[in-house]
Design a protein around this ligand. Structure first.
Ligand SMILES: [Zn+2]
Length: 200
């Protein structure tokens, strides 16, 4: 195979969920694209890398210092929802009428994969408590084993700080990733979030 094509296949195959076969199919598809379209694709990849970064407050994706949610004075700043990734923010915004603010952890604790609190935006979370006042913290992590362990860890820390905490109601099927939960279920899970004082 041509070395440049091989290189493209190798790069695409590094993306999650794509094997060598799919990578080859996509590479051949890109090869067939008119040049302006191929250029637009390459440029969008560069632009998200160059322009997007994490909101300095919550960790959401933004092109400026603060994301649109943190910068919006109409959001209820005393209500904080903790999520794994910016993708969850998009889903909660679309599916629910949530008007509070967010904090993106950037993953969940995973001892088996060597992911500890220092690998997540946990220090940034506690730093926020120094300057912001939260009347309620909502844990909206995925109900997987690692997500649950992370929720428990955060609940213990929140309890020490005497911050009332809730988490999404278990309308979310056990083990289901929020990504696969329909919007009605997600909206209900947020509305019926439960106090978790007893669990910690
Ligand atoms: Zn933000």
């Amino acid at each position: 195979m041509s070395p440049v094509l091989q290189k493209l296949v190798d790069e695409i195959a590094k993306l999650p969920g794509l094997g060598k076969k799919s990578a080859m199919r996509l590479a051949l598809h890109i090869l067939k694209l008119p040049e302006p379209e191929a250029r637009a694709l390459a440029e969008s990849i560069l632009q998200v890398k160059q322009r997007l970064h994490l909101c300095s407050r919550c960790g959401n994706l933004t092109e400026v210092e603060l994301c649109v949610i943190c910068a919006d004075p109409r959001r209820e700043s005393g209500l904080l929802c903790i999520v794994e990734s910016p993708q969850e923010i998009l889903r909660l915004e679309k599916a629910t009428g949530y008007r509070g603010v967010y904090h993106v952890l950037g993953g969940v604790l995973s001892p088996l994969d060597g992911v500890g609190p220092e690998d997540l935006r946990v220090a940034e979370l506690w730093k926020r408590f120094e300057t912001e006042v939260f009347r309620e913290v909502i844990l909206a992590l995925n109900p997987t084993a690692d997500g649950d362990a992370t929720s428990h860890y955060l609940l213990r820390e929140l309890k020490q700080r005497k911050i009332p905490a809730t988490r999404l109601a278990r309308g979310v099927p056990i083990g289901a990733e929020l990504e696969h939960v329909d919007e009605v279920t997600l909206a209900r899970a947020l509305a019926e979030r439960t106090r978790v004082d007893d669990e910690r």
